[in-house]
Design a protein around this ligand. Structure first.
Ligand code: HEC
Length: 125
C-alpha cells in the first residue's frame, strides 16, 4: 500500500527535479540577460562606485590596492567589457569570501546595474 503511494509520487518528483535543473542551468544569475535590458548609462554606474567604493579606492595616495574608481578609465581597469564574470570589480561586489565594500554589500539592484553595464560592453556613455 505505502509502496504504491511512493510509486505514484516518483514520476512528478523526478519531473519536478528535472525542470528545476533545466531552469537553473539556463538562468544566468538573476535570470535577466543583458540584451533583454535597456542600455545602462555610465552616469548611473559611476554613482554606484561613488556611493560604495571611492571612499577607499580613489587612486593616488593611499588608494587601497591602487584602485581608482573615480574615473571611467579607472573603473575599466577592473572590468572586462562583455564579461562580468571576469570583471574584478563586479566580482568583488558579489564575492562571499571578501565582499566589497568590506562593511556591507551593495544592494542587489545596483549590483545588477553594474553587471548589465559590463555585459552590454562597459561603454563610457
Ligand atoms: C572601507 C574601505 C573600502 C571600500 C568602501 C571598498 N573597498 Fe575594495 N578594498 C578595500 C581594501 C582594504 C582592499 C585590500 C584588501 C586586501 O588586499 O586584502 C580592497 C581591495 C579591493 C579589490 C582588490 C581585491 C584584491 O583581492 O586585492 C577590489 C577589486 C575592490 N576592493 C573593489 C571594491 C569595489 C568594487 C568597491 C565598491 C563596491 C570597494 N572595493 C569598496 C577597502 C575598501
Amino acid at each position: 500500500m505505502d509502496l504504491k503511494r511512493f510509486e505514484n509520487l516518483s514520476l512528478p518528483v523526478i519531473a519536478g527535479i528535472a525542470i528545476l535543473f533545466l531552469l537553473n542551468s539556463s538562468c544566468k544569475h538573476d535570470g535577466i540577460t543583458a540584451d533583454q535590458m535597456a542600455p545602462v548609462a555610465f552616469a548611473d554606474v559611476q554613482q554606484v562606485y561613488y556611493g560604495y567604493c571611492t571612499s577607499c579606492h580613489s587612486g593616488g595616495n593611499g588608494g587601497e590596492s591602487h584602485l581608482d574608481f573615480t574615473t571611467y578609465e579607472g573603473i575599466l581597469r577592473t572590468v572586462s567589457p562583455g564579461n562580468s564574470s571576469n570583471s574584478e570589480s563586479y566580482q568583488a561586489m558579489i564575492n562571499t569570501f571578501q565582499i566589497m565594500p568590506p562593511n556591507g554589500a551593495v544592494p542587489t539592484n545596483q549590483r545588477t546595474l553594474i553587471r548589465l553595464w559590463i555585459d552590454q560592453g562597459a561603454k563610457p556613455e
